[in-house]
Design a protein around this ligand. Structure first.
Ligand SMILES: Cc1ncc(COP(=O)(O)O)c(C=O)c1O
Length: 384
């Protein structure tokens, strides 16, 4: 008889880099495998479990909504959808007034591309080493050769500029440039934090040249970096904002948020069966309310600083660099980290593999100092 791992390996298309553990359940900051072993979870579904696992707020929202209605197409109005939208736009700058809910971050990027096309100018400048997802359009904007090369030709009219390099960006801009898409911090690349003025400068360039600024805050958004949105640090407001990950407490979601002028789609031009479905809206409303009511970004900022301080005190010759903002933290090692990742897991700490040399940590926003200390201790013992 095959075990769980063997069944997954047999039937799933090979694609994910898998850790050799079978998870059964999660509670708070921890997940448990089928043998009952406990792991501190600093992977959190790659940044999805913003409130930790099985939080009461999420469970209650799901149960309450299940008892009312589970599916309701966006061609009908829905009470909880309107409630979520009202809350979402109450926490966003007033310049942003429209949105479309998708089923993933990649799908949010797809729609952002379509909205740019609607405006007229086709060319989009993205950044080298960026990550915007793996559906065809999103992959076309993802600046990593290893993800792209088997699938070319991808979308035309895409060019890549060096991240955190305004001079190179300026060289790539021409008359045909319709949009610039950028992550405020590059996540999948290993938490690459640009200069303080970088986003502000891009915003100024976009304003001067009539270029659309698309911010991909799918990873940085919703409190992760110590502010509700990372763009708040630079005091910029994007034209199009993409978010996703933990917005719906672990249910599949993405969201494209725009200024009023992007309300350009003709009826039927962009629809999706599950867009803004009742369960997603109910959970998103409650997750967002919990984040805002508890100002969880403040905890992310404080705990992030504690985590960075602890990591920087480690005496480890194998570490090349430690980077982070809020609870988006990375350790870059001098060598491949696959063994380290597995060793940490065996020691009871799960984190994100960020190939090839970097470990990334995306703990819940409500993490406590005890768990930060526990993680540092496990990293101290498990890395060398
Ligand atoms: C910055 C960024 N953009 C887009 C995506 C794609 O989102 P999804 O995996 O939900 O399609 C991700 C996912 O990690 C991301 O970090």
């Amino acid at each position: 008889m095959l075990n769980y791992r063997e069944i997954e390996d047999l039937h799933q298309l090979n694609s994910f880099y898998k850790l050799p553990v079978v998870i059964e359940r999660g509670e708070g900051f921890y997940v448990y495998d089928i043998e009952g072993k406990k792991y501190l979870d600093f992977m959190c579904g790659y940044g999805v479990a913003l409130l930790g696992h099985n939080h009461e707020v999420i469970k209650n929202a799901i149960i309450e909504q299940i008892n009312k209605i589970i599916t309701c197409h966006s061609s009908l109005y829905l009470d909880v959808r309107a409630e979520f939208l009202e809350l979402l736009f109450s926490v966003l700058p007033s310049e942003l007034s429209r949105c479309f809910l998708t089923n993933s971050g990649s799908e949010a990027i797809e729609l952002a591309i379509k909205l740019v096309r609607k405006k007229g100018k086709k060319k989009i400048i993205s950044m080298e080493n960026s990550y915007h997802g793996k559906t065809f359009g999103a992959l076309s904007l993802t600046g990593k050769k290893k993800y792209r090369e088997s699938f070319e030709p991808l979308l035309q009219y895409v060019e890549f500029a060096k991240y955190n390099n305004i001079e190179d960006l300026m060289e790539k801009i021409d008359e045909e440039t319709g949009a610039i898409i950028v992550e405020p911090i590059q996540g999948e690349s290993g938490v690459i934090i640009p200069d303080e003025e970088y986003l502000r400068t891009i915003r100024d360039i976009c304003d001067e040249k009539g270029i659309i600024l698309v911010l991909d805050e799918i990873q940085t958004g919703l409190g992760r970096t110590g502010r509700l949105f990372c763009f708040e640090y630079s005091k910029v407001i994007p034209d199009i904002l993409c978010i996703g990950k933990g917005l719906a407490g672990g249910l599949p979601v993405g969201c494209v948020i725009t200024r009023e002028e992007f309300n350009l789609l003709k009826t039927g031009e962009h629809t999706s069966t599950f867009s803004a479905n009742p369960l997603v809206c109910a959970v998103a409303k409650n997750v967002l309310k919990f984040i805002v009511d508890n100002q969880l970004w403040e905890n992310a900022k404080i705990m992030g600083e504690e985590f960075l301080k602890g990591l920087r005190n480690l005496d480890n010759k194998g570490i090349k660099e430690i980077r982070g903002k809020g609870l988006m933290v990375a350790i870059e090692f001098k060598i491949d980290v696959k063994n380290t990742l597995n060793r940490l897991m065996k020691n009871g700490l799960i984190c994100c593999y960020t190939a090839p040399n970097t470990l990334r940590f995306l703990p819940p926003l409500n993490i406590r100092i005890e768990q930060i200390k526990e993680a540092i201790e496990k990293i101290a013992n498990g890395t060398y």
